[in-house]
Design a protein. Structure first.
Length: 102
């Protein structure tokens, strides 16, 4: 009978020990996450200034030329053929507040 209590006691000790290990791993997870986020932030800061849509200005002219031929075929249907479709885009864009070489 004394042996049965000893087995139960050692099982309880293992469960408590396992609980402490799990709690320690959970607590370490928070600090590991913060460390990973810090390294990620540091590496993104080393990349330099990033693109921002608010610092962008652009002006473009778009010219489109299309040649289309339509012909009526029997039963009132219209057949359309596009022989030329061309688009040209010209203009400029600038990024304000960006200093190359930073």
């Amino acid at each position: 009978m004394f042996c049965a209590k000893s087995k139960g006691q050692s099982t309880l000790e293992y469960v408590i020990l396992l609980g402490f290990i799990v709690a320690a791993l959970i607590a370490m997870g928070v600090y590991m996450k913060r460390g990973f986020q810090g390294r990620l932030r540091e590496s993104t800061d080393q990349v330099g200034q990033q693109y921002s849509a608010y610092n962008y200005e652009g002006e473009y002219d778009t010219n489109t030329a299309m040649e289309q031929h339509e012909s009526r075929i029997h039963s009132g249907q219209i057949e359309t053929k596009i022989t030329t479709n061309r688009q040209e885009k010209t203009g400029s864009e600038t990024v304000k507040g960006f200093q190359p070489g930073e």
